[in-house]
Design a binder for this molecule. Structure first.
Ligand SMILES: C[S@@+](CC[C@H](N)C(=O)[O-])C[C@H]1O[C@@H](n2cnc3c(N)ncnc32)[C@H](O)[C@@H]1O
Length: 361
């Protein structure tokens, strides 16, 4: 298979596992090499194999240096100031690893599937909003080689070497979408919590670009850690650190971290005009405590994604809620990690999948 570089980015890719035996790119464009505002070169001849070194056949998406001027907080990098968004999760390698593990537990959770919406086998154009490492887009494009997949994100954190039917674009999905009306068969949105203030507007835009008869799907987590057997006491760091930071930062950041209780997805699908809407709720354990083997495996991946980067999920929130220079963060992190490993705690989080169809004309 010929892989074409689609993004000249910071080179961070947490998706290496999806690309076995791929050669390293001969040269990676770095920010200082790039002068143009946006350069986009595409060759129309699909028969030319870019792996043979023909530059004209490659899609080269070079980007402004400003977009690579990441903000650094406590040694972690966050998306460029070029975007208005105050998105709270870093975009560095440590976080990208957690995103790829998250992809794994989410696909397991829904029965080893990539999506729940009943899209047709011959799906043609697919849009993945807030693609992160691009792992969903890449796996989808491999499963549907005849589909054209576009993944977008605030940061160019996707791999350079990807299947020829997927490409990545920098885009803030809270700004007006530039794609034509009725131009996608499937719009996929997953784990955008913390990045979206106005879900109605997001789904209005998704509705506009979905073709009649096409589908949109949203998966979001409610990251409040809870238990059904009172195994999490009120003084657990799950409550005093994690849940507190997420709850108290909501009004400050102007976003909801409780999309299920606030029912933001379903309402937005309905208001946008989608029909045949379905809502599917899941609980996912934190740790391998469930008796059910499959759930225990899912729980261990959840534990792994959190242990790998508790800092990435909380650093920005700590500064938002507690103030810029409040001491004690490292101690709280250590307590949280210890709690994540405790077999006494039977914690879980919830997530909700919502999908709907744009009515036929
Ligand atoms: C938790 S990651 C999930 C990545 C991917 N959707 C997945 O499920 O594997 C959230 C991603 O959404 C992106 N994001 C957040 N706000 C965004 C916005 N306003 N526009 C585009 N992407 C955004 C972040 O940059 C990040 O890469």
């Amino acid at each position: 298979m010929a892989y074409k570089p689609t993004t000249a980015g910071a080179g961070g890719s947490g998706s290496g596992s999806t690309q076995p035996n791929l050669p390293e790119p001969a040269a990676i464009m770095v920010a200082s090499d790039i002068d143009e505002e946006e350069v986009y070169i595409q060759d129309d001849d699909d028969d030319v194999d870019s792996a043979l070194g023909d530059d004209a056949s490659s899609v080269i998406h070079s980007i402004t240096s400003s977009i690579l001027e990441y903000r650094t907080i406590g040694g972690r990098t966050f998306h460029s100031e070029k975007h208005n968004s105050s998105y709270f999760i870093p975009n560095d390698e440590q976080q990208l690893q957690s995103q790829d593990i998250t992809h794994h537990y989410l696909t397991m959770l829904i029965g080893d599937k990539l999506f729940l919406a009943p899209i047709p086998e011959n799906v043609q154009r697919v849009l993945d909003i807030g693609t992160g490492t691009g792992i969903w887009s890449i796996v989808f494009s491999e499963a549907y080689p005849n589909a054209e997949v576009i993944g977008t994100d605030l940061s160019p954190t996707q791999p350079l070497w990807v299947p020829p039917n997927v490409k990545f674009e920098l885009d803030d999905c809270t700004q007006p979408w530039t794609w034509s009306e009725n131009s996608f068969d499937f719009v996929h949105m997953r784990y955008l919590f913390g990045g979206i203030a106005d879900w109605d507007e997001l789904l209005r835009q998704a509705y506009r670009v979905t073709r009649p008869g096409g589908w949109a799907q949203s998966c979001e987590a409610d990251v409040d850690i809870r238990s059904d057997d009172d195994s999490i006491p009120a003084d657990s760091p799950f409550v005093t650190f994690w849940n507190r930071l997420y709850r108290e930062s909501q009004p400050k950041l102007g976003v909801s971290f409780q999309p299920i209780d606030d029912d933001v997805q379903r309402k937005a699908f309905e208001r946008a005009g989608f029909e045949c809407i379905e809502v599917h709720d899941y609980k996912f354990p934190i740790g391998g405590w469930p008796a059910d083997k499959r759930l225990a495996e899912i729980g261990m991946y959840v534990q792994m994604t959190m242990l790998n980067d508790v800092e990435g999920y909380t650093l920005f929130l700590w500064k938002t809620v507690m103030g810029e220079n409040t001491p004690g963060y490292e101690e709280e992190l250590a307590k949280m990690k210890k709690e994540l490993k405790s077999k006494k705690r039977h914690g879980y989080m919830r997530c909700r999948y919502v999908f709907g169809r744009k009515p036929y004309l």
